[in-house]
Design a protein around this ligand. Structure first.
Ligand SMILES: *Cc1c(COP(=O)(O)O)cnc(C)c1O
Length: 376
């Protein structure tokens, strides 16, 4: 039996970029400006240019990016923050940390993205109940594809909500001809090692078109500092990106477009070869995906679990994103108002993620497709 296919292969990627990466790391070790060194500013300029955003502020993680964005709006107790029930835990954790209340919204059964019609209904419910002030919507671009930002923005504009794009899985994707980064009032992304653009540790970034917001983000990531280091204007946090991580990201950004293209080529092969056996992911119209995750659907939990076991036998690792919607998590159940979220609950039982990364070989992809078709 040959070795299992790697679900993610950071060693192969490192070998590809080594010639650029090593001198960049050596340069940081030589100048020793480990906090806010020159690589951080260079990365912020390049990331902003990459996605066409006016401002980029790097931070210590995707979670801290979300938190800083909500802190800058003064969101807290009594505020309702609308977000999809089917996403990573950090999206809901952040409003709770600030004393606000997450209001879970159901998702589209085909694209897995937050459903704008459900969002409008949930905002109306919260207004009617009168206990919370609707303040913000966090749209997540799930698995690499964009949420329906034009629809979300229209609802937010009508309701006076701040829009925050949780782009942790989708940096590099585009919608309606433009890269994600300015689809919402602020965009937060993550450089966790397994994300499409990943560092060698934690990291994240915020993007905005507003100079005022960008200045607030810079202040908040350094303890709320003012124009001098020892002037504290507001309660902030220690939320900066390390210079060494910025150096890693500069190396990875240089090959990022090629990696996105490689992920897209693999997704196209999966679409073509697996559609006969399983439900392949629906493409969001007029967009491209960063393909953080390629998720298929099986008819039910038994079929999903059978396929997962069969693939494991065949040396094909898989993952379940997400086995539980957030409103059903023990930590968040108490914050949930009890609304039914049937699509998120159903997806959790049927979804399965296949390996997708730029270092998968043609032979790997072939083996994965054959194993899915034989076991589905
Ligand atoms: C990974 C992720 C985050 C959190 O990013 P970290 O850098 O790990 O803090 C937030 N939201 C979503 C949707 C994510 O996938």
């Amino acid at each position: 039996m040959t070795a299992p296919v790697p679900f993610l292969d950071l060693k192969a990627q490192q070998a590809r970029i080594a010639a650029d990466l090593r001198p960049r790391l050596e340069a940081v070790l030589a100048h020793c400006q480990f906090i806010l060194g020159p690589e951080v500013a260079e990365l912020e300029t390049k990331l902003a240019a990459f996605c066409g955003a006016a401002h980029c502020v790097t931070v210590s993680s995707g979670t801290d990016a979300l938190q800083i964005a909500l802190m800058a709006e003064g969101i807290g107790r009594g505020d309702a923050v609308f977000l999809p029930a089917f996403t990573y835990t950090a999206t809901a954790e952040v409003p709770l940390l600030l004393g606000a209340t997450p209001v879970f919204v159901d998702v589209d059964p085909r694209t897995f993205q937050i459903d704008p019609a459900q969002l409008a209904a949930r905002v109306a419910e919260v207004r009617l109940a009168g206990r919370l002030r609707p303040r913000a919507v966090i749209g997540v671009d799930l698995f690499g594809q964009p949420a329906d930002w034009p629809a979300l923005r229209a609802i937010a504009a009508a309701q006076g909500l701040f829009t925050l794009d949780d782009c942790a899985q989708s940096f590099g994707a585009s919608a309606h001809g433009a890269r994600l980064g300015r689809a919402a009032d602020a965009t937060a992304t993550s450089f966790f090692p397994s994300k499409p653009l990943g560092a060698y540790g934690d990291g994240g970034a915020l993007f905005t078109e507003s100079a005022g917001r960008a200045a607030l983000y810079r202040s908040l990531r350094t303890h709320g500092e003012g124009t001098t280091r020892y002037e504290v204007l507001r309660t902030g946090m220690n939320g900066r990106l390390d210079t060494l991580q910025a150096a890693v990201l500069l190396s990875k950004l240089a090959v990022f477009e090629a990696e996105l293209a490689a992920r897209e080529r693999i997704a196209a092969v999966y679409d073509a070869r697996l559609a006969q056996a399983v439900t392949v992911p629906a493409r969001v119209a007029d967009s491209t995906s960063a393909w953080a995750i390629y998720a298929i659907l099986l008819p039910d939990a038994a079929a999903r679990d059978r396929l997962q076991a069969g693939l494991r036998e065949a040396g094909v690792p898989t993952a379940i994103y997400y086995p539980r919607p957030l409103h059903a998590q023990p930590a968040y159940a108490a914050a949930h108002d009890g609304a039914a979220l049937p699509v998120a609950e159903n997806l959790a039982t049927r979804i399965l993620a296949l390996p997708i990364h730029p270092d998968l070989t043609e032979a790997d992809v072939d083996r994965i497709c054959a194993a899915v078709c034989a076991n589905a």
